[in-house]
Design a protein around this ligand. Structure first.
Ligand SMILES: [Zn+2]
Length: 194
């Protein structure tokens, strides 16, 4: 997939020493590739939305009716926040190696600060932040480039077409007790970490 100049420009860090705020760099074979500052911006936006979704899921189970894309223009029940939480964690797990995922889990999912992570994972501060940058860059790219349902841009994810086109036109929402069993030890841990 292509990264557009306008998109990258909007996401770039204005003082970036590599792209100088342009967001795109010339990669191999003269392909334009997003600067790491752009990838980290994508990650931060998706992570902030993840935190908000976790917060919302704790308090209520809002069911929304989405208009589905395609010729059928059917409506479907769904819980976008719940779906987003699942996608965020699954895409992350798929794109990180074991060590990176451990850091991601402690720092981003469980909310442990760098001191606690370093102690627990036996790392020094420099290596820890180096790894965090690498994780943010990898996941920023994955959140934007995962096909066919990228997490970013978030407005497209939340307002775009639903993936459940193959399901019945209107499927009943899952009962709340079923949902809460699946949803996330993470939520309570985030709570404690806050
Ligand atoms: Zn940059």
């Amino acid at each position: 997939m292509e990264w557009t100049r306008s998109e990258s420009l909007a996401l770039a860090h204005q003082q970036c020493a590599y792209c100088h705020g342009y967001g795109l760099l010339l990669g191999r074979k003269s392909h334009q590739t997003p600067c790491n500052c752009v990838l980290r911006s994508v990650f931060r936006a998706c992570y902030a939305r993840f935190r908000r979704s976790v917060e919302k899921e704790k308090h209520l189970s809002r069911v929304t009716l989405h208009l589905m894309g395609g010729r059928s223009q059917r409506m479907s029940w769904g819980r976008k926040d719940e779906e987003y939480i699942a996608d965020f964690t699954l895409v992350s797990k798929r794109h990180l190696d074991e060590k990176e995922y451990q850091i991601f889990k402690f720092h981003f999912l469980l909310g442990a600060d760098w001191k606690l992570c370093c102690r627990r994972l036996g790392m020094d501060r420099g290596n820890f932040f180096h790894a965090v940058y690498r994780i943010q860059q990898k996941l920023g790219r994955a959140f934007r480039e995962t096909q066919p349902y990228a997490l970013f841009p978030l407005d497209e994810y939340f307002n775009g077409t639903s993936r459940r086109e193959s399901e019945p036109a209107v499927s009943a929402p899952r009962p709340a007790h079923e949902r809460s069993k699946r949803l996330y030890p993470v939520i309570s841990r985030l709570d404690r970490a806050a």
